[in-house]
Design a binder for this molecule. Structure first.
Ligand code: UDX
Length: 438
């Protein structure tokens, strides 16, 4: 079956390559000529473990191709996925201009039955709106069905999440369209992935409810961690004991500087906005957003408690990306924390295995220098701050770090190390929700 995938970002490229691997004939379309040329040269425009191999393999076996020619792709396809970006605009609502642009262009091209699958994360009601845009702009009176198929891919593990999803959510008013798109995913029958078949609005809401709940778990454990610090409890033990309750589950109970990434940020804002617009405020999600903002400020307080006034201090930062195994710094806690440190007069030395180029595009300040290792960052620094739990930070030579540091101060904002051991080594050490000797 021929499929068009419109959009070659994180979601579109992973999904397109994944469907090709499932045996579909996939044509990925993007209006960005440079990006398409790079993809046709085998270059992947962002860091995602395993994606280059998956793309190369499926291009080589002829199941995956890239073009800017939407008309050519659509004429050959029954199913057209829309996986373009829906970034939040200045009011914290998803910007649907790219979705609308694609829908209008499709209306000019389509001249026989097609199934349009919206994979982009869109506010509840958008799929129905897309169908209206199509019908209002169609050049011919042909039937179109729309299916909402939200994605649940995590950056850094997107291919595994695509190949072995916890569930596939398909929403539509058309049983015919649901059957067609279910058949697209038939490779997943073999591993018995559950399918949730529902209507358009329910499928759209499942995405927001799922991401907002995951963000809720994170803000919740961050508040628990803050209590732990006051009462001398260990948040790791609290989280472990909580997670042993099957109704809670062990995942997403790691405290830290607050969640980052574009998805949680924009999806929680969108869900909160939806509630307000319906005069049914989703107050829990509004609190989750505020707690996340406050957690970053709390990290600055931790650093000031350890170093005193930041004017003139040299702060080493390890980890700039919003999570490990990605180059993505969108909404990363490191952005807020670094900017605040600079505003308070500190100088920054930073290292990240994959995110420095992206970080430099956002934080343009000559008082930030970039290093090639954790040890180089530590040289002459008054403190070392762990902001992203990259594996290479997990077994550093702590004695060497201590020798390099001007003062043996470590703010371990991802709880990579054990407080007792750090105290024994002579560090002034503070984690999140765990022992501190500062
Ligand atoms: C998330 C959802 O997990 C995914 O299902 C959805 O499709 C897209 O958004 P992603 O943003 O890629 O995926 O990363 P995720 O692994 O969810 O982490 C998001 C942020 O939460 C990161 O900054 C991470 O450091 C933080 N986090 C995660 C915590 O602080 N504590 C945790 O326990 C888990």
């Amino acid at each position: 079956m021929n499929i068009t995938m419109v959009g070659t970002g994180y979601v579109g490229l992973v999904s397109g390559a994944g469907l090709a691997d499932f045996g579909m004939q996939v044509i990925c379309v993007d209006k960005d000529t440079d990006r398409i040329e790079r993809l046709n040269r085998g270059e992947i425009p962002f860091y995602e473990p395993g994606l280059e191999e998956l793309v190369t393999k499926n291009v080589r076996n002829g199941r995956l191709s890239f073009t800017t020619d939407l008309r050519m792709a659509v004429e050959r396809s029954l199913v057209i996925f829309i996986a373009v970006g829906t970034p939040d605009n200045s009011q914290g609502q998803p910007d649907l201009s790219q979705v609308e642009e694609v829908a209008k262009r499709l209306a000019e091209i389509i001249d026989d039955y097609k199934v349009l699958v919206v994979k982009s994360t869109v506010p509840v009601g958008t799929n129905r709106w897309v169908k209206e845009v199509l019908q209002a702009n169609m050049k011919k009176d042909v039937k179109i069905d729309v299916v909402s198929n939200p994605e649940f891919l995590r950056e850094g593990s997107a291919i595994e999440d695509f190949m072995r999803p916890d569930r596939v959510v398909l929403g539509s008013d058309s049983q015919r369209a649901l059957a067609i798109v279910k058949d697209v995913y038939r490779a997943l029958y073999l591993i018995e992935s559950p399918f949730v078949l529902t209507n358009l609005e329910t499928a759209e809401l499942i995405k927001y409810a799922s991401n907002s709940f995951l963000a809720t778990k994170i803000s919740f454990i961050n508040e628990v961690a803050n209590i732990c610090e006051e009462v001398g409890a260990d948040v790791h033990h609290v989280a472990r004991a909580m997670g042993l309750d099957g109704r809670i589950g062990p995942k997403f109970l790691h405290p830290g500087p607050g969640y980052g990434g574009s998805c949680f940020h924009k999806d929680t804002l969108a869900f909160a906005h939806l509630g307000r617009s319906l005069e049914r405020p989703v107050r829990i999600v509004e609190a989750v957003i505020q707690v996340n903002r406050d957690q970053r400020k709390r990290m600055i307080t931790k650093i000031e408690d350890a170093l005193g006034p930041l004017e003139g201090k040299i702060v080493g930062i390890l980890g700039l990306t919003f999570k490990p195994n990605t180059s993505d710094v969108r909404e990363s806690p490191a952005l807020d924390i670094a900017q605040t440190l600079l505003n308070k007069g500190a100088t920054i030395k930073a290292y990240d295995p994959a995110g420095m180029d992206e970080f430099k595009k956002v934080v343009r300040d000559e008082k930030v220098s970039y290093c090639n290792s954790a040890y180089e960052v530590a040289k002459g620094a008054d403190a070392l701050v762990f902001l992203t739990e990259w594996n290479e930070f997990r077994n550093l030579d702590l004695k060497k770090l201590k020798k390099n540091l001007s003062t043996p101060v470590i703010l371990d904002l991802r709880n990579i190390y054990e407080p007792e051991r750090m105290a024994e080594l002579g560090f002034k050490y503070s984690g999140v929700g765990r022992g501190t000797n500062i």
